[in-house]
Design a protein around this ligand. Sequence first.
Ligand code: ADP
Ligand code: MG
Length: 393
Amino acid sequence: MIDAAALRQAFRDVYGLQDGAPRLFRAPGRVNLIGEHTDYNEGFVLPMAIDRETCVAARPRADRVVRIFSVNLNEHAEFDLDQPGERERGLWLDYVEGVAQALERRGVRLGGADLALSSDVPVGAGLSSSAALEVSAGLALASVSGREVDPVELALAGQEAEHTYVGAKVGIMDQFIAALGRAGHALLIDCRTLETQAIPVDTTDTLVAICDTRVKHELSASEYNTRRAECEEGVELLRRAGLTDIRALRDVSEADLEHYGRALPEVVGRRCRHVVSENARTLDASAALREGRLEEMGRLMYSSHESLRDDYEVSCAELDQMVEIATSLAGATLGARMTGGGFGGCTVNLVRRDALDIFRETITREYTDATGRTPNIYVSEAGEGAGEVTSDE
Ligand code: ADP
Ligand code: MG
């Protein structure tokens, strides 16, 4: 949670109050419970918003200039809506200018604004501080310009910002959950149709714990592109082998893959097996979560990790270590897996509420012993998606 009063004060310090007080808007980070590397294969994902967020204080201007201050970085930046800046500058401004330009391209006419932002989503840890930034800034800009923006449009504009300005070909999951999350619920998203189903997350006895390995390996961007290409190759080869009516791995069943998968080279075959089985696990996990069968949900999380580690090969030693320690705490942990793109970042765990202290202590001690790094552990309820902050609470 960001302290609204402190952000208002930061805004005042930067811009003064002569033109009136700012309005506040927020968007959350997220954790994906299951459904990894399925979004760009037009499949299913099951993320929930977490209780960490990016908050933007915003006040309209009479011109078309956007000034922005990041409290976290203590940095100022600005751009002119009428003179789009260069793309892929590698600056945090790319996310903000990118979403502004994407909204305008989608017909949401914006005015200039003064913005100050503050975030407690850890940056680069795989909890999507970037989507929280795009969605909160996009909502702030549209709102103080007097425009209503549909949350789906807002999410798509955020994704477009990553594609065009940032240069990251991400799927739609992060922006979608940041814009459309519902408190107390995970969201099953069909990444082909963009249909969503809110699934209650029962936290009476079980909590969602996120363990940050504190590592991020350089591999992730290039390997991400390689995996995308391998999936496309898989679709093409399966089509040639006789599955003529498929458009994406989403259309391939486990039985299809069993039968036609023999046509695939070994590596591509394993990549396809991950995506196809992960889609099935995600639908099974949604049903298990909805029906309160949390042991089953946990079992599916463990098998998701194995599939990401062995078939998709996007895990790393630190993530495997973290999952292994969680697995050894059989009385405390129902399930554990890497979450996000991989090669570092976080694991997501289902932990019994009454064993949370043991879980925390053991993970911290054993992970530190094994790697020399102290993990960060966050426990989060499922939070609400983006919106205006109307009180100082
Ligand atoms: P993740 O989304 O997993 O946290 P990304 O690499 O996709 O990691 O996005 C992180 C980038 O988003 C940062 O490097 C920075 O450019 C931008 N960003 C996120 N939060 C802030 C913030 N509070 N202030 C300025 N830039 C931010
Ligand atoms: Mg990101």
